[in-house]
Design a protein around this ligand. Structure first.
Ligand code: ADP
Ligand code: MG
Length: 604
């Protein structure tokens, strides 16, 4: 028998190995950005096209590479960052495994241009699928530029596996943020399809956070700073009142490297105990400086999981430090952006003030029911007839039994009975009907009404918008901006009047009539917050999700006193809905009691 075992050709081995390091365009972005940071760059530019599927380019002004190094850099296990096993325990660089470039070159068309500062000419290398296509001198600025074209061009299965552009772009933005946040001293910018998505100037961490997530964040941050012999903690946590329903901005960095740590996350969450509304998550941006000897970053190819020597102590320190900072600062006044570094002189205030969940401001005089009733769509009114046929007792009322859904007979209820409609505990509306009485839960009812109205508006592409006296501009975190942009047509159909106004910014000329005098920015933020929550938990279809989010946020809430007139209009509108019996999330809204039910209760 002949021998059959062979060594895999490098290109094949690299392609297999690539699968571990490069799962999607965002993984290549991460590796290239990290290399640029390791190269000591002070300015790094990321350019992507088609969410990285056609082009990912990273340009830096770092140390550059010699001709030989440029060629070597694509070899597997080729690195300048460690030399011997011992070095593994003293890692300060982002990379050290020497496999990123080899992996990327195995599965894409790569062009490298690099020049060192003491050299007049640079080197250009073109590699496709691990094959060197050309190498030569070129003229280029000091530093390095990597262009990755057509990622996975030779691994169709992988390429087909990529998600939609918004999803892949989202991942890229995530990775960009994870590198840019802990390095506020480096100027970062990002462009997608010719548009600038981020431009982050050099500054302190607070400026960086604000640059990434928008000016709103400036007064949401509570500084955290503590040095202990085993760990130095620096950064910010979010004020409790700005906690999110989705795990949004939660960032741990260990020695400026982004990591995921459910264990340490728990430490933070528990520091917020009792000051956070249920099911909400605080934001945090914390850099933990530790002796590299006390951690092992070698346990995962993408290096986002890390083992600590002394995990328990770190947990305890983190928890108490965050608690202390919250205690000192959570009620402190807005910190002036320009004061940035002089955080020491922020006045401490007692934390007696009660923390409230942010709410949308509503004009108490605004009557949400006053909108013209006759605006009911044809679907709605014909439907009204349908369910009348279905539910109106045919002959005598005696036939109405509990088994059937009892028709509330609302249309037949005379004006006088309507006047005796009343509200119980500012939550339940009791109203007499011919066959007995019904109880309506006000918030669910209003959610149903708004939900159907929103769906209809999106289908018709228009809705009542109230023009703002003073148009506003709203700056959003880049990821939210991308999301809103994707939904813009539908959002405008809901009564917003918004248009793109430059980088991550929308101009708002109008908001939905139902929103009263709510703040446009807060309204939009709340809307997106619910939208994202629905997206992750319920996987709702786009319009369904938007309509539910709007309805949730703009409905009158349980606890609000209503006048008789308001209650009756609410009931009128509810029964003009195609599905009056449940709220959009399926909880019951109407409960009916017949006279017969009552009689039974009073029988001997
Ligand atoms: P690692 O980062 O783990 O060392 P990589 O495959 O990412 O491995 O890079 C290989 C080597 O190429 C690096 O060690 C570094 O010497 C060099 N290199 C990569 N990117 C750059 C860059 N942008 N500027 C200068 N040198 C670079
Ligand atoms: Mg690297």
């Amino acid at each position: 028998m002949p021998d059959i075992i062979q060594l895999l050709p490098d290109s094949v081995a690299n392609q297999i190995a690539a699968g571990e390091v490069i799962q999607r365009p965002a993984s290549a972005v991460k590796e290239l950005l990290e290399n640029a940071v390791d190269a000591g760059a002070t300015e790094i530019t990321l350019v992507v096209k088609d969410a990285g599927k056609t082009l990912i380019q990273v340009i830096d002004n770092g140390c550059g590479m010699s001709e030989t190094d440029a060629r070597m850099s694509f070899e597997r296990h080729a690195t300048s960052k460690i030399k011997k096993a011992d070095d593994l325990f003293n890692i300060r660089t982002k990379g050290f495994r020497g496999e990123a470039l080899a992996s990327i070159a195995a599965i894409a068309q790569v062009e490298l241009k690099s020049r060192q500062h003491d050299s007049d000419t640079g080197t250009q290398i073109i590699i496709e699928g691990s094959q060197l296509k050309s190498q030569g001198a070129c003229s280029c600025p000091v530093g390095t530029s990597f262009s990755i074209k057509n990622l996975f061009f030779n691994v169709p299965a992988r390429r087909n596996f990529l998600k939609s552009e918004p999803v892949e772009l989202r991942h890229i933005i995530d990775e960009f943020q994870r590198v840019a946040l802990p390095h506020p001293g480096i100027v970062f910018s990002m462009h997608h399809n010719g548009q600038e998505v981020f431009h982050l100037e050099k500054g302190a961490l607070r400026q960086r956070i604000v640059g990434v997530f928008g000016a709103n964040y400036n007064n949401r941050l509570v500084p955290v700073e503590e040095a202990t012999p085993i760990i130095t903690i620096k950064g910010f946590v979010g004020k409790p009142e700005f906690a999110r329903k989705t795990r949004g901005e939660q960032f741990f960095f260990i020695n400026q490297r982004f990591i995921k740590s459910p264990y340490l996350n728990h430490a933070i969450q528990s520091a917020y105990e009792q000051i956070l509304p249920a099911d909400s998550f605080p934001s945090y941006f914390l850099d933990l400086e530790v002796d590299p000897k006390s951690i092992d970053i070698n346990i995962h190819p993408t290096k986002t999981e890390i083992k600590f020597e002394d995990e328990k102590s770190i947990y305890a320190i983190l928890r108490s430090v965050v608690k202390k900072s919250l205690g000192q600062y959570n009620i402190a006044p807005t910190i002036d952006f320009n004061q940035e570094m002089s955080l020491v002189d922020i006045p401490l205030k007692s934390n007696k003030t009660i923390l409230e969940q942010p709410t949308i401001k509503v004009n108490p005089d605004f009557n949400p029911f006053k909108t013209e009733k006759k605006s009911a769509s044809p679907i709605e009114s014909s439907n009204k007839e349908n369910w009348e046929k279905l539910f109106i007792p045919s002959d005598s009322e005696e036939e109405v039994t509990q088994e059937k859904i009892v028709h509330p007979d609302w249309e037949k209820t005379n004006e006088e009975s309507k006047r005796s409609t009343f509200q119980l505990h500012n939550r339940y509306i009791f109203s007499p009907i011919r066959s007995g009485f019904m109880i309506i839960e006000q918030q669910g009812a209003h959610e149903r009404i708004l939900y159907e109205r929103c769906i209809a508006s999106m289908e018709k592409h228009r809705s009542a918008s109230q023009q703002l006296l003073f148009p506003k501009t709203i700056e959003l975190p880049a990821a939210d901006f991308a999301l809103v942009k994707e939904l813009l047509d539908d959002i405008n159909a809901l009564g917003f009047d918004m248009s793109e106004m430059g980088r991550n910014t929308f101009g708002v000329q109008g908001i939905p009539v139902e929103a009263g005098n709510a703040d446009a920015g807060i309204l939009l933020e709340k809307l997106m917050e619910s939208y994202k929550q629905n997206l992750s938990e319920l996987k709702l279809e786009k319009r369904d999700n938007l309509a539910r989010s709007m309805a949730r946020n703009m409905s009158i809430k349980n606890g609000k006193p209503l006048g008789t007139q308001e209650m009756n209009s609410l009931i009128d509108e509810l029964f003009a809905c195609s599905m009056p019996y449940t709220a959009p999330d399926g909880r019951p809204v109407v409960s009916t009691f017949t006279l017969e039910d009552l009689e039974k209760r009073f029988k001997k």
